[in-house]
Design a protein around this ligand. Structure first.
Ligand code: 5GP
Length: 189
């Protein structure tokens, strides 16, 4: 029997719910955790660095990653493709490092199917108007992209019951603490 792999925690939820802020707080609280860096065909936003926020790739490179089975999961979201490189996730878990993925719902379903022991956490907004306000207010998206993301959010919210845990993002510290407990394999109440 192989050595036990470190925990894999997936955090998902609609665009604008505050996943990145919560994940940043997780990494502050638990520096032993590794955040997977996804590949995407989306162009970088101002300030984003290749290899840090994402690996920014073109469509043919993304197709190559799929064909060579180099992605643990992937999905199309708001007109671009996003995927989790498989190798680094396994390597970190095998060396005892807990891994967190911040991905959308279709990708979380694929992780559930391929890695049954993964813990799936859904981050929900306090309310729909709050989600709209956050997505528009952060000012990173064009009107077209906001509209696509809100349309996706309606479908994503319906998927919440499929997750092991749903946490309403009213307090970043509370959400981050709950995720750290999962990543450190501590029983939840
Ligand atoms: P954004 O363009 O705002 O960075 O990300 C858009 C959506 O794609 C977010 O919901 C984000 O969590 C999700 N996402 C980022 N990386 C991945 C990935 O590797 N796989 C999947 N399935 N979704 C991802």
């Amino acid at each position: 029997m192989g050595a036990k792999l470190a925990p894999l925690v997936v955090v998902s939820g609609p665009s604008g719910v505050g996943k990145s802020t919560v994940v940043d707080a997780v990494l502050d609280l638990a520096p032993d955790v590794w955040l997977s860096v996804s590949a995407t065909t989306r162009p970088p936003r101002a300030g984003e660095v290749n290899g840090r926020e994402y690996f920014f790739v073109d469509n043919s490179e993304f197709s190559r990653l799929i064909e060579h089975d180099e992605l643990l999961e992937w999905a199309e979201f708001a007109g671009n493709r996003y995927g989790t490189p498989r190798g680094p996730v396994l390597e970190h878990r095998a060396s005892g490092t807990p891994v967190i993925l911040e991905i959308e719902v279709a990708g979380a379903r694929q992780v559930r199917a391929r890695v049954p022991e993964a813990q799936l956490v859904f981050l929900a907004p306090p309310s729909w108007p709050e989600l709209e306000a956050r997505l528009i207010g952060r000012g990173t998206e064009s009107a077209e992209s906001v509209a696509k993301r809100l349309a996706a959010a309606e479908q994503e919210l319906a998927a919440a019951p499929e997750f092991d845990r749903v946490i309403v993002n009213t307090d970043v510290g509370h959400c981050a603490g709950a995720l750290v407990a999962c990543l450190h394999d501590q029983p939840q109440t």
